[in-house]
Write a protein that binds this ligand. Structure first.
Ligand code: G3I
Length: 444
């Protein structure tokens, strides 16, 4: 089939056992559902982290939950400029070191947060008046802080919140932007790569969760420009602070996908969602499922552990209440993470009960020079299992609204419902082959 020739194809349900060697490409282990967030995320090769404050590391409940549930940490404030270089050339790493050694002792990943940011910036930096001075202060800060932690940090938020809110799409007017122009961002990333070539280098921001928002488009364009010119950037951090004024966007997954399609990882870096009960749980579930659906969404960090330590404590935005009880949001996140493993290898092959059948209809979505989207609508049952066979050298690089597993070749995707209805979609990187995959449906 050639691009544009076939608009619609039908595949009807296959009764009986589908013979498939289901080995989950997104899954490194399988079996019983994991009982903690970190373990559940690790099943699909992802991490699940929390922002941690050094001054709570002496509290036994806090540390118990941190150690049990999370396999990544982000120092909430301790690696920021005001903490690490309060006066020029004088570095203090005590509190950050405490978090790093706690994490290292338990095999947790560490996200470095953050090197260049307009906020929590000591007065001496804001007061610098010449471009040369700002340049040398910025580069020295990156070199010293990254050098101190070289080899220990999984990902660094190299530049944080550098874009204005609203419709301008402009860079924020910080001392860095005002003295050095927009090019300071690129310079910071280049300096960072040289300072620790083993760390992933992220651009991190809030209000870039909606795929179409002006601020998102501006960051997207910057990342695309960096990738096209070889400026070293490895990841985009979606902070993802949500509440009723700033809800989880309906296109959140599409947004993750569009950044991933630029060739960077996406990390959800500061997740918190104000609310309570099942409404909050539903929102958390949506965020986690969106990340799981995009293979380059590599991990999720919640911005704190119990509600009362959150920067937005009155909105109770976290997964544990003030007594460290698991909230419904916790249960939803854990279930979603466990759902990502789908069908375990060697077991659970789908069968269609006699007399029941389903239909999968495939249709075209957006297309670009290197890839195209397709969607599959299923009718006849809500308990479906759809097998999608792509043709080598094609690769499925993203999926949405379904829970995928893969055979060992990576060419056969088995899709099951993930609670988002009976239509799922995926992106094929065509590598020169524009043919559509075959699809078949069975009742699960
Ligand atoms: O440590 C001092 C303490 O000695 C003093 O008595 C007290 C009085 O106000 O302040 C304490 O410092 C506070 C610090 O948190 C530690 O608790 C600061 O005032 C307070 O401003 C600071 O807030 C942090 C905020 O960043 C600053 O912008 C929050 O904890 C932290 O969660 C928040 O995190 C940011 C991310 O870095 C970037 N994205 C947004 C996110 C939420 O605002």
């Amino acid at each position: 089939m050639k691009r544009g020739v076939i608009r619609n194809a039908l595949a009807t349900g296959v009764a009986g056992v589908l013979a498939m060697g289901v080995a989950a490409a997104l899954s490194s282990s399988a079996g019983a559902a994991a009982s903690t967030l970190g373990e559940a995320a690790a099943q699909s090769g992802r991490y699940f982290g929390a922002a941690v404050a050094a001054n709570h590391l002496g509290e036994s409940q806090y540390v118990t939950v941190l150690n049990r549930e999370f396999n990544s940490v982000t120092p909430e404030n301790e690696m920021k400029w005001d903490a690490t270089e309060p006066s020029r050339g004088s570095f203090s790493f005590g509190n950050a070191d405490r978090i790093v050694s706690h994490a290292q002792g338990r095999g947790m990943k560490i996200r470095g947060h953050t090197l260049v940011w307009h906020s929590q910036l000591p007065g001496w930096v804001s007061g610098l008046s010449s471009a040369n001075d700002v340049r040398s202060a910025m580069n020295n800060h990156i070199n010293q802080v990254m050098g101190h932690y070289r080899g220990k940090i999984h990902s660094w938020d190299v530049v944080n919140e550098a874009f204005q809110d609203g419709s301008s799409g402009a860079r924020r007017q910080s001392v860095f932007q005002q003295r050095l122009g927009d090019g300071y961002i690129e310079e910071a990333f280049r300096t960072a790569r040289a300072a620790d070539s083993g760390a992933k280098l992220c651009y991190n921001d809030y209000n870039i969760d909606d795929a179409n928002a002006a601020k998102t488009r501006a960051v997207y364009n910057m990342v695309r420009d960096f990738k096209s010119r070889g400026v070293p950037i490895d990841c985009v951090g979606l902070q993802s602070h949500f509440n009723s004024q700033s809800p989880v966007p309906s296109n959140y997954q599409q947004n993750i996908q569009q950044f991933a399609a630029l060739g960077v990882d996406v990390q959800i870096t500061e997740l918190d969602i104000e609310g309570s009960g099942s409404a909050q749980a539903d929102n958390y579930r949506r965020v986690v499922q969106a990340c799981l659906a995009v293979s380059r969404c590599t991990g999720i960090t919640v911005w704190g552990i119990p509600d009362h330590y959150s920067w937005r404590s009155s909105g109770t935005p976290l997964l544990f209440d003030r007594n460290y009880n698991k909230k419904p949001a916790y249960d939803a996140v854990l279930a979603a993470l466990n759902g990502s493993t789908g069908n375990p290898p060697g077991g659970g092959d789908p069968t269609t009960p006699p007399g029941e059948s389903c239909t999968a209809t495939i249709s075209a979505g957006q297309q670009w020079s290197d890839r195209f989207n397709l969607s599959v609508a299923v009718s006849g049952t809500s308990n479906w299992v759809v097998t999608v066979r792509v043709q080598s050298p094609q690769k499925v690089i993203a999926t949405w609204n379904g829970s995928p597993t893969w055979d060992s070749s990576g060419n056969v995707m088995t899709m099951r419902p993930n609670g988002n209805g009976n239509t799922f979609g995926f992106t094929i990187q065509h590598n020169g082959n524009w043919n559509w995959p075959s699809v078949s449906c069975a009742v699960g």
